[in-house]
Design a protein around this ligand. Structure first.
Ligand code: GTP
Ligand code: SPV
Ligand code: MN
Length: 647
């Protein structure tokens, strides 16, 4: 196998079967078609329903691209995009695998930028609760309608000069499902188009469906050009200094400028499915959440579906693809990041995964920790910011055992790397973007238009101290309180520095589309709409006095799910503790575990810790949310403090 060399054009691409055509020769499907005087180089204008056409026309007038490409989602189109990205140096091939590519970003564009993410409403109070005087609000950023318009006018006019504007019709959820929604993303990034093709149902079938309904979310994206006109890294254009991500729920409108990375640019994901999605869900009476969905079957053949909300990079992908160590159990994956949940006519809460792919954290993914993900990602995948190997493969922290002897590693910045380098080979927020349908344990109902029935909801986070492996809420309101009180150690998924324990209610803090107090009220109201699932809180990340995790996690988390399932089936296998119900000693199945488990350490509730925790939660509620937080939640907190006082 030849060593991968930096110059992508020198690489034989026979095994990739990329048509050897350049940009000017792309296709002539749209040769005589124009939008606002701009050539349509691919696709036909007449395929656009009237309102979609208006959106494209307005975007062309604003961004002034040199041509327009209306995406059909075809194989041929994708090959063309790959060719363009290879020519631009945006991606390099990974000949060790089938149809896999590595993109390396500008090092200033590696994660979501929460501080530059805004929701636009007439009144600030519709977007964020009013914090106590002198306290900085941390539950989202508001921008006024005039500020919104100004931010666009300062960045977008002419921002696509000399670039192609791609029009990407996409469906969040199976096309035509009553739970699905359509969007159109307009972008000047072929990387975004190729990634959206994996992450959402994309192209002609979506446009065809759109003729029947007309309603869609508008999403405008540009990687931007810095104000001095100089693009630092032509293979990854971006404008980090002026990056901004805007949402206007009243118009179902998303506008994103300056970043090509992940949630900043794949606008179907966090911007649509969570921020705009949560506002639609509030209006229509359902829930749009940062949750995985899995199906679990016990040895008796009883199958239940569970959702789980953990903050970014806290284990959703891993749990969604769990490989149980508990004999006789089977886990199947419906989704790893987002759940849309709605009660059906029988009052059953049903969930769909609105996505079509996984945009998963690479480091830590290995044959030891997540063999299912490893069996998913080595074909038709775009990797971003991982390291690559001289035998044409990828590498990241955790893959040590898969590295063949003699193979050389080049880090995500393009520098030679060895185990002794002292820096990470892959960026901590490096990711794989891979089709969900390739997952060997994808659930047979994962595309069911009706969704799957949900029996339990888990909340959880990275809590090195004090928080037990699992506890169950005593009621729906108590469960909603547990979601509201969630805290977790920060990770590399956003721009936060260092490992600090942050509040991350419902794992949604970066993703609320409206006032969090109103969001909690909406959650409480779900109890009146149908049969609500049981709510639990889990923590795989508690550490012992030696600084090591006291729970092995991963496949052994099946033992925790076993308890959840038994509780859902009404088994009396719990004991009451100050913070909720926990498995009584002997009730958690620890049979044949490799590691010796100290139950008392795993479930201890240190009084000092919980006094402090409850005080921190109270301060957070009072200073950040005040009277917007429903009284029921304060009542739950009062009960918790009373119970802790008795410890
Ligand atoms: P987003 O895609 O950012 O929303 O994140 P996610 O919640 O899907 O996170 P993911 O499953 O990718 O997990 C991220 C990190 O958590 C990886 O480094 C994993 O190795 C680690 N992790 C996941 N599950 C466990 C576990 O059970 N125990 C321990 N100790 N680490 C875990
Ligand atoms: C997250 O940060 O929660 C992600 C990755 O799932 S991103 O799509 O970049 O938001
Ligand atoms: Mn996520």
């Amino acid at each position: 196998m030849p060593e991968i060399i930096e110059q992508p054009k020198d690489i034989p691409l026979d095994n990739c079967s990329i048509p050897q055509q350049n940009k000017s020769q792309q296709t002539n499907c749209g040769l005589y078609s124009h939008i606002r005087g701009t050539n349509v180089s691919y696709g036909t204008v007449s395929s656009l329903p009237p309102l979609a056409k208006v959106f494209v026309e307005e975007s062309v007038a604003l961004c002034q691209p040199n041509q327009v490409h209306i995406c059909d989602g075809s194989e041929m189109e994708n090959k063309m995009l790959v060719r363009i990205m290879l020519d631009d140096g945006t991606i390099i091939p990974l000949p060790k695998y089938e149809n896999c590519w590595l993109a390396r970003t500008n090092p200033a564009d590696v994660a979501r930028v929460e501080s530059r993410t805004f929701i636009c409403t007439e009144h600030q109070h519709d977007t964020i609760p009013t914090p106590k005087i002198g306290v900085k609000g941390t539950l989202g950023n508001w921008i006024s309608p005039s500020g919104f318009d100004q931010a666009i006018q300062e960045r977008f006019p002419g921002c696509m000069k000399d670039r192609t504007m791609y029009v990407v019709p996409f469906s969040m959820g199976p096309i035509g499902s009553p739970l699905s929604k359509i969007g159109i993303e307009i972008t000047d990034s072929p990387y975004v188009v190729a990634s959206m093709r994996i992450m959402a149902r994309m192209g002609t079938p979506v446009l065809e469906h759109l003729w029947k309904q007309e309603e869609f979310v508008r999403a405008l994206h540009s990687v931007g050009t810095p104000s001095n006109g100089v693009t630092e890294m032509p293979s990854w254009p971006c404008d980090p200094e002026r990056t901004i991500i805007l949402h206007k729920p009243c118009e179902n409108l998303i506008v994103s400028y300056g970043s090509g990375y992940g949630g900043n640019s794949l606008l179907g994901k966090k911007c649509f499915a969570l921020r705009i999605g949560s506002t639609i869900a509030k209006r229509e009476g359902w829930l749009a959440e940062h949750m995985l969905i899995l199906g679990i079957t016990n040895p008796k053949g009883d199958k239940k579906y569970i959702t789980a909300a953990f903050p970014s990079a806290c284990g959703k992908t891993n749990l969604a693809m769990l490989n149980p160590t508990l004999p006789g159990y089977k886990v199947e994956c419906v989704g790893d990041d987002i759940a849309w949940m709605k009660f059906d006519n029988e009052g059953v809460l049903r969930a769909i995964n609105p996505e079509n792919g996984f945009f998963g954290v690479a480091p830590g993914t290995s044959v030891e920790t997540n063999p299912i993900a490893m069996a998913t990602i080595f074909k038709n995948t775009i990797f971003t910011n991982v390291a690559y190997t001289s035998d044409g493969g990828v590498y990241w922290e955790g893959m040590e055992s898969s590295l063949s002897p003699g193979v050389k590693v080049t880090d995500w910045l393009g520098k030679p790397w060895t185990m002794e380098s002292g820096t990470p080979a892959a960026h901590p927020n490096s990711r794989f973007c891979t089709p969900a349908g390739q997952c060997p344990i994808i659930d047979s109902h994962w595309e069911d238009p009706q969704g799957v029935p949900i029996s339990a909801i888990l909340f959880g986070g990275r809590r090195p101290a004090g928080v037990p492996l699992i506890y169950e809420s005593r009621s729906w309101a108590h469960g909603v309180f547990i979601g509201a009180a969630m805290r977790s150690e920060s990770t590399a998924a956003a721009e936060h520095k260092g490992k600090v324990i942050m509040h991350d209610p419902f794992a949604m803090r970066p993703f609320f589309g409206y006032n969090f107090g109103h969001y909690v009220q909406h959650w409480l109201s779900m109890e009146n709409r149908g049969k609500v699932p049981k709510i639990f809180h889990v923590n795989w990340f508690r550490k012992g006095s030696n600084g090591k995790f006291i729970w092995p996690g991963y496949g052994d988390n099946s033992r925790v799910l076993d308890w959840v399932l038994r509780r859902c089936n009404g088994e009396n296998c719990y004991t009451d503790a100050a913070i909720g119900r926990i498995p009584a000693k002997g009730d958690l199945n620890l049979e044949s575990m490799k590691q010796q488990i100290d139950y008392d350490e795993l479930f201890s509730l240190p009084k000092e810790f919980w006094l402090e925790e409850a005080a921190v939660i109270r301060n957070y509620f009072e200073s950040q949310i005040g009277s917007d937080l429903p009284q029921e939640i304060y009542n739950e907190l009062n009960q918790l403090q009373d119970a802790i006082a008795k410890l």
